[in-house]
Design a protein around this ligand. Sequence first.
Ligand SMILES: [Zn+2]
Ligand SMILES: [Zn+2]
Length: 505
Amino acid sequence: MLAATHSRALIASSPLSTRHLFNSLRTRLSTVASSLPHQPIPGQPAFTLFSRATSSNNSLLYSTPSLFRTLHSASTIGPESALSTKPSSKRLPAYSPPSPSSPHSQVFPDGNIKVQSPLGFEGADGLVKVNARLLRDYIQRTPHPPSKDYVTLSYYQFRPIPHKEDLLKIQYFFLTDLRAMDVVGRIYVSSEGINAQISCPKDRVEDFKDYYATHWPIFDKIRFNPAMSEGKAFKKLHVRIKGQLVADGIDNSTFDIYNEPTYLTPEEWHKELSSQTTPPILIDMRNHYESSIGHFEHAIRPDVTTFKENVDAMLDICKGKEDQEIYMYCTGGIRCTRSGALLKSNGFKSVKMLRGGVTAYGRYIQDQREQHVAEGRGEEEVKSIYKGKNFTFDKRLGEPITDEVLATCHICGTACDTYSNCSNMACNLLMISCPACQQKHQGTCGSGSCVEMVKELNEKQKKIDKNHPGLRGMKARLGIQPFHEHRLRVRPLKVMENRRNKARI
Ligand SMILES: [Zn+2]
Ligand SMILES: [Zn+2]
């Protein structure tokens, strides 16, 4: 009882810094180490310190026995970096990788997998709460180095992870370990495997790859696919548990997901496709808003808004062509790995896909250009069979591969391929709008209600700025009813018109 009282030492923190308090708490705790019973009290939360200490510098710090053990055994989750709440320093905080001697996961010879339990693990229900708090709390206030010091990587692997509890553990480890590494981005885990796009500090890329190699043998087939442009593409770290990695609504038991299509490297892809005299069946597995700003020459581009629709379209296109060669591509490869396996399972003999997708092809072209320049030849000699931009699902909304502009402004119809979201946050419509229309319609989609709304908000903002100079720049958008709510991927008016006409006929 005495030890428990000691270990739950309460320290009023107001005049001291959090880090100082943390250190003094740790010193105090280690002096009572010998008298402490090494069993956690049932029902005690294990991670109280982290959430309390980060919610405010003036909160009370207190510990529980299980937390004490976590700290005392030189915790693997980096509690010190978890306590730095403000982006006060632009330098990377110190990083010590989790111990390589006890990997987070294991694969047994029979193919079964095991994911270790985090320290202080008290069941899946507890982890749900801890993960929710990690996602909500300090994970989003990490001290980032300047954006240009990041590289963006995407990677995926299909791997069955049957137990929900394992998914929660993976989520927990990613949230804590990657946060300590200062990685931001989006990671989806599901019972099917993993799919991720992240931005990692340049200096930590090797650490990051080592981390996967050491701790995640269950994700041994991952290939890290770097984006064309450097810089940070995300603001926060999100690790989510999903039902399906790519949603096509097809039951995994109806086909063999490991019956994968043939992978072509960007170079092989380029050579095969540019040497063919008659265009082969080449399917763009992306949505219309992705393929409209850039695509491979002669590609069939289904007019679809979701991957599910695209899979249906693909099955239609390929019907009766089981003996022909089918080529397919998408942004990073995951959609083709899945839909290619579906085709192969349905008796298609030759299905080929672009490894690493358009992103990898873009890098290949970029490298070719650099090589040409280094050899004193003009970079315009490099012929790309992909025209236009590669749409990306991050704040860049696309990176150019060639200078061709394939799309038009959705409002006025001039050539333009820059995506943006309607500035009325309640609308948020993804659209292509030229600089002139941006200015004319206040950055909105041009609909009357959106223009009205943004005008009203700007007026309101002006008043707030005037009356409360201290609040300037803050978005005071709360408490205003949106006129309409839709999150659509917009089609140019012409396409919509054609569709209506078709429907009439
Ligand atoms: Zn326009
Ligand atoms: Zn709008």
